[in-house]
Design a protein around this ligand. Structure first.
Ligand SMILES: Cc1ncc(COP(=O)(O)O)c(C=O)c1O
Length: 390
């Protein structure tokens, strides 16, 4: 079996050695329950709190503003459902009180977000869906048009998981705040790729996931603006200052903190490296006859190239590349096992046939020029074979 080339970093990043080392160290020093008062418990608490400081530092935040969760999905749910319920209740708009609070969400969100928004809809919230243009950009004016006096929350991902498209969140937040609505952003695909400073961002809640930036799976965090409360999703113990019950995933959190330290040190250099590789990769992919880019040319988080090869179903291209040891995907990992076309591309107005042709190449810090050149050597032949077979 030859070496595989991994260009699916938007699905997950390989665990960083520093994260694994921190997890192994935590096994020795932080095996106890961090809520226990005895010495080993206090040692485990120290590890959790040091990691919280590392996560906070990466975001320009304070330690106590970070709530650890079981990953990006839970962070999105806490930031969306938790905040929407608390805010609706605070404003006397909670469903059941005769009011119908509104939540505004984009049509191109990750299933973690749409799942949370649909749960609110089931609970009696009204949802207004924002359109994106054909490159996946959401116009702040379009959001503004959907805000009304009952709007409690706007949710919009900072960088799209399939296209990499970045949004003008500051402008969206300004408009939302002017109408009294809070703003949640799924920054899962942005943190680790672009610099995210929560104070400058303007959002009230920011969700992130450890495994997209080199930490372990099953750990994530929500940043919450000081003074804001989000109704907990899970009732139980007093962990996370009553914001998320359940004994903390100490080893996972230790790995998450270590990954954040690595990202904080390496981000500027990685971004330049990724941008260079991406330019070369994309120029090569777009030189394949009949190919086209999904997403904008500029204004993307570095690393994501979504390209369709006309007449070649993306699933078959992905499988053909896999046989050559090259790992890519056709969209969100959660949906890529299905033959349904990408909901993101459909929301941009693409036909199901066109959307089914998408292939997502996502680079990471450990990707190399040799990887890119090998992919560019193999792709034209795989696309030719697929086209000939369908
Ligand atoms: C944009 C986005 N949001 C949320 C998630 C979910 O994160 P997690 O896998 O940690 O639950 C992912 C990754 O799958 C993602 O890409």
């Amino acid at each position: 079996v030859g070496r595989s080339i991994y260009l699916d970093h938007n699905a997950t990043a390989p665990l960083l050695p520093e994260a694994w080392a921190a997890m192994q160290a935590a096994r020795e020093t932080a095996w106890a329950n961090p809520s226990s008062v005895h010495g080993p418990g206090r040692q485990a608490r120290a590890v959790v709190e040091a990691a919280r400081a590392d996560v906070a530092a990466l975001l320009g935040a304070e330690r106590e503003e970070i709530v650890f969760t079981s990953g990006g999905t839970e962070a999105d749910h806490l930031g969306i459902r938790g905040l929407a319920w608390t805010e609706a209740a605070r404003r006397g708009l909670a469903p059941g009180s005769g009011a119908r609070p509104r939540v505004v969400a984009s049509r191109i969100e990750h299933p973690a977000v749409t799942g949370a928004v649909r749960a609110l809809e089931d609970e009696g919230f009204e949802v207004a869906w924002i359109r994106a243009d054909d490159a996946g950009r959401v116009a702040p004016a379009g959001v503004e048009a959907l805000l009304d006096g009952r709007t409690v929350l706007v949710t919009l991902a900072l960088a799209n998981h399939e296209l990499g498209t970045e949004q003008d969140l500051a402008a969206v937040a300004e408009a939302a705040h002017a109408r009294g609505a809070l703003v949640h952003t799924d920054a899962v695909q942005a943190v680790g790729r672009v610099s995210v400073d929560v104070r400058a961002l303007g959002a009230d809640a920011v969700a992130l996931s450890a495994h997209k930036l080199g930490g372990p799976k099953g750990t994530g965090a929500l940043w919450l603006r000081p003074g804001l409360a989000a109704r907990p999703l899970i009732a139980g113990g007093h962990q996370e200052h009553e914001r998320r019950a359940g004994t903390e995933n100490v080893l996972g959190i230790a790995g998450f903190g270590a990954a954040c330290r690595v990202v904080a040190r390496g981000l500027a250099e990685w971004a330049a490296h990724l941008a260079k590789l991406q330019d070369r990769l994309e120029a090569g992919l777009l030189a394949v006859p009949g190919s086209r880019r999904n997403g904008p040319e500029r204004g993307r988080a570095p690393g994501t190239s979504n390209v369709a090869f006309g007449g070649a179903p993306g699933q078959l291209v992905m499988i053909g590349l896999d046989l050559e040891g090259i790992c890519v995907s056709t969209g969100a990992a959660c949906t890529s096992g299905s033959i349904e076309p990408s909901s993101v591309l459909l929301a941009l107005g693409q036909t199901p046939e066109a959307a089914r042709e998408a292939v997502r190449f996502s680079l990471g810090p450990s990707s190399t020029l040799e990887d890119v050149d090998e992919v560019l050597r193999v792709v034209p032949e795989v696309v030719r074979r697929v086209r000939a077979a369908v």
